[in-house]
Design a protein around this ligand. Structure first.
Ligand code: ADP
Ligand code: MG
Length: 273
């Protein structure tokens, strides 16, 4: 689908990434590039292989086959360097509700081996970046869902990574919180030039946030391009991403909010009590 030459400045270059679980292929020869000033979205329904792809790119899961360079380092040859240069916000909640936002960030700064002398500055910077400066000293259990998500993004940025991976950043958030997270992601890209790779099953999110998207269908990347490009390829006026998906995947899949989201929201809420 794409040439094997990566564009200059690519911060992620994946080639033939494949992951099998027993006889099941969850991710099948996925290849794409992301440049430094982009938000790249992996769009696909539940089970498409989005999380598995992100886990491979963040060194949490070894590919069965294929290669990738992330932030300039080969996944297989230099996984520790990859980890040093990326931030990762997992799909499930990771902040500690019993301490303050500041304390959560302080722990992350330690985890990323930021020298003590610079921790305060980095923590303050990351909190401000996500618009959380004013609530830094409040306990996270009093944060809203959107604030917690922003805190988790701040945690993943405290070491100033060149690539930020976000797995379903707005699942379980109400529309207002979702909008706030979108604004911060936009701002990160514009202000700091952080490359962002996110996954989503919300077409609206992909449309709104992503410079380029890759459509994942049953482990395969069936189309890659800017949302407008992909829609234009259908040769139909006002085509939607849903129509793009049906065109490439050949089937109707419910990509939008579904009953599974409600379940996840409840699980997240339960974990914060
Ligand atoms: N550890 C695992 N063992 C077996 N199957 C898995 C494992 N992780 C994921 N899968 C399967 O791989 C497929 C893709 O999963 P995942 O990457 O989580 O999809 P998505 O994030 O797009 O919802 C699913 O069918 C899932 O059940
Ligand atoms: Mg997932």
């Amino acid at each position: 689908m794409r040439s094997s030459e990566a564009p200059p400045g690519a911060v992620v270059e994946a080639r033939g990434l494949t992951r099998e679980f027993g006889s099941f292929t969850a991710v099948d020869q996925v290849g794409f590039e992301v440049t430094g000033d982009q938000v790249f979205g992996l769009l696909g329904p539940n089970g498409a292989g989005k999380t598995t792809t992100i886990k491979m790119l963040t060194t949490l899961l070894r590919p069965s086959r294929g290669r990738a360079r992330v932030a300039g380092f080969d996944l297989e040859e230099a996984p520790a360097e990859v980890r040093r240069h990326i931030g990762y916000v997992p799909q499930l909640i990771s902040a500690d509700a019993q301490v303050t936002g500041y304390e959560n960030l302080w722990v992350s700064a330690g985890l990323y081996s930021i020298p003590r002398a610079r921790r305060r500055e980095r923590v303050t910077e990351a909190l401000a970046l996500l618009g959380l400066g004013g609530v830094a000293d409040q306990l996270v259990k009093n944060y809203s869902g959107g604030m917690i998500r922003r805190l988790e993004i701040a945690q993943a940025l405290v070491h100033r990574p060149s690539v930020l991976f976000l797995d379903e950043p707005t699942v379980g958030l109400d529309p207002v919180a979702r909008e706030a997270v979108w604004e911060q992601i936009d701002r990160l890209k514009r202000t700091y030039g952080t490359a962002i790779v996110l996954t989503t099953h919300y077409m609206e999110e992909a449309d709104r946030l992503c410079d380029r998207i890759g459509i994942l269908h049953r482990g395969q990347l069936v189309a890659v391009g800017a949302p407008a490009e992909l829609k234009a390829q259908l040769g139909k006026e006002n085509a939607t991403l849903q129509e793009v998906f049906v065109h490439y995947a050949g089937e109707e899949v419910e990509l939008g909010g579904s009953y599974r989201d409600a379940g996840r929201t409840r699980r997240v809420a339960a974990r914060l009590e």
